[in-house]
Each structure stands twice: as C-alpha cells, then as structure tokens.
Design a protein around this ligand. Sequence first.
Ligand SMILES: Cc1ncc(COP(=O)(O)O)c(C=O)c1O
Length: 452
Amino acid sequence: MFSSRHQASSRIFEHNLRYIPGGVMSLNRKVEPAISFARALGSHMWDAEGNRYIDLHAAFGPYLLGHNHPAVNDAVISAMRDGMSLYGTGTTEQEGELAELICNNIPWVESVQVLNTGSEATAQAIRLARAYTERDHIIVMQGGYNGWHNDVAFNLMSSLEALGPRRSPGEYPKVPMSAGIPDAHRDLIHAVNYNDLDSIRFVCEQYPTAAVILEPVLQNIGIVPPQPGYLEGLRKLADEFKFVLIFDEVKTGFRHAFGGYAQLSGVVPDLVVYGKAIANGFPIAALGGKRRIMDLVADPDPSRRVLLAGTYNGHPVPVAAAIETMKLLLANDGQLYRDLEKKGAAIENALRNIGADAAGPMVVSRIGSAFCYYFMDHVPVDWHDILEHHDFSRDVTLRCDLIDKGVYAFPLAVKQMSISTAHTDADVEQVIDAMVPLLSTAQKSRDFVPTA
Ligand SMILES: Cc1ncc(COP(=O)(O)O)c(C=O)c1O
C-alpha cells in the first residue's frame, strides 16, 4: 500500500487506525497512495516525508487563493486578537457585513444565512423547499453530490451494474450511499440523468415535487457542463410545476465567478447553496435566495417556521476569513478570475494539443480554474455516459503517476483538478510537463471499479 517514499505517512496512518475508524476523519479522503500531508502554502503541499507537490486537489475545491493565503490568515488572526468570540446570542456587525457582501454582489440572493458546511446548507435548503411547497419529493442528479445527509446520499458514482440501462425519460433505481437511511427517505428521492429535462418532467408528473437540487455544472464527476438550454429548461419546469430550483454551488460558487455558475449562465435559482471557495478553506457555507422562501426561518406562524439553528453558525473565525476572501475576489472588478482563466486555458490548450499523440481517445473539459480530462471521444453529458465510455483504470493510473512526479491530483477517477491564484506560470508549466507525456503514452493500469 505504501511505497518506500511514504514511510512516515505509513506510520501516521497505522497509528491513527488505532483510534479513528478507517484511519481518516472524512472517509472520502481514504485513497491510495495514502499520503499524510504536513503543511501547505500557496500552490504547494508537503507530505510527512518532506516531499513537495503542486496541489491540484485544492482539498476538494476550497482553495481558490491558495493555501494559507496571508491576507485571509491575517484577517482571522486579527479577529482573534481583537477579542472576537462566539457569543451565542444576538447578531454581530461582522455577520451583517458578510451577508451584505453576498446580497449586494449576487442579485438573486435577496437574503442569506450562514452555516458551517455544504451538507448543512443543502439539508436546510431542502427543508425550506418542502416547507414552502408543502410537498416532500426531491429530485437529485445521478452522479451528483450534495452532501452526506439522508435526503441526498443516493446515486453518486453508482456502478453500471447497479443502475442498469439508461433511463430517459425515467428515474434510476435508488442506490443509497449509506447504511442507516430509513426507507421512508428513499421513497422521497428520485435520481435522474443530468442534462435530461424529460426525466424531470417524468418525475414531476408522478410525484408532488418540492425541489430539484443540482450542481449547475456536474462537478462531482469532473466537469460535466450543462447542454445548451438545459438550465433554462429547468427554470421553466420549476415555474410550471412550482418546485423550488436549488442550485448547489458549493463547488462552483465563487470559483467560476463571484456569483457562481448562475452568474455565468444567467439562469437564476430560487435557492442557492455556497461553501468551499467562499472562505478559501475555512469552514463556512451559505444558503440564500428568494426572500419569500428564506423568510420561512423567521415566520411568525410556528407551524410554518423552518428551524434554522447552529451553535457555530456565524463563528467569527470563518466569518472573518469569508469577508477577506470575498474582498479579494471582488478586487479590481474580479481581475483574478481573468488571470485564472488564462492559466486554465494554458493547461487546456496543452492537453488538447496532444491530439493524435494521445494514447487513446481523450477530451478535456474546463471552466476557468477547474478542469479534467475524460478518456472518451466526447465531453460527457451525464454519469451514465461516463460509465459507458470512460477508461477509469487509465484515469487512476495517470493520477498515481502524476503524484509520483510531484503533482498532486486526487487519485480517484473523474475528480476535477483545480488551480488557484497562487499557481504561478512556472507551476502551470510544471503541471503541463508532468501531464503531457503521461497522456501521450499508455501506462500499466491500476484498478478502479466504480462502487455502488
Ligand atoms: C456540490 C457539493 N455540495 C455539497 C457538498 C457538501 O459539502 P460539505 O462537505 O462541506 O458538507 C459538497 C462537498 O464536496 C459538494 O461538492
């Protein structure tokens, strides 16, 4: 499991296994090679052995400004030095400043609440949608990830065996991602293909649907972009069937544009959820949208009121980090997004240029600072497409080889790679120099089989 290069990581993992079930604190971090990282700065991470890597994982997405950004860290340290604390009563000036920054810069967020994690925020968004519509059924995307809770922990990277043939219009068999989810929840969740409006209509005609929740770009499985008209069609279906359209912009929000993919697409959700890049790695999430839905958390009628609470909501440390991050994102009219676009395009062009030299079919998909390749002859439209056409084992092999070359890509197939403002042109060159030869040659394969 460990190469001789990772003796210290091995010792840490063996130690932690004695006390932590699975040995890691979030089980989706359990991958091979099981490297323990000890520190990170800017575009780099160092493992327990002292090896340096260019980071393309970005901890699943938060690091848009790079690790340990000095201004963000200073804002956090100042908040603590100034004696800010978690008072647990009333409001604070800082949480008002944060909410104003979001609402003033994202017009479809009329009001906003902050929570600690993306999963909390999607859970609350779904509860709000159910309260607002007085309906229970929820539509999720096959292959999407919206958190770990009972309403969404279904049909992630399900195997072809579990899913069977493509269903359109229709819904897939329910494939729970966790034991312990009551059947009652399962009955209320419907998984359909992304980019498939007919299947949304199919479910809505059969079940009173409270919400469709989706990543506007399906980024749990790389970068699967919406087909022209898909998001607009969803908006129309939401208006026709009166369900709440929830954009889960936990990964896309603040990374692709300050206002996330809604800003780029011009399609406005009813509710939107942010996390990750909102505070460049500090734990905070936001849930916002139409005031008439959001106001249910403070409805004077207790039978209509939605419970929204959390001991750590609005904690001054992540709030300070989020305010500073947002100021940096907004500076110079969002210049950093234009800079990231150039660096992302340089990587995309280099990978595309491999062309006929590629060891097999390959396409590149990218939005701004996030990109991925698929070993298939077209950019996928959904997870079923990927299952049928992508070469998973080649993908994992390439990632492991990249890690050996000092470029850390998460060693799980179809996970997108992300750069930050801390990635220099030299880093970009190094990434290209590492990737291009690997993509141009066939490698010995390391196994990956999608699990249910
Ligand atoms: C699109 C999306 N939604 C929700 C979540 C859940 O966020 P968290 O891990 O902060 O609970 C994630 C996490 O990866 C995500 O990518």
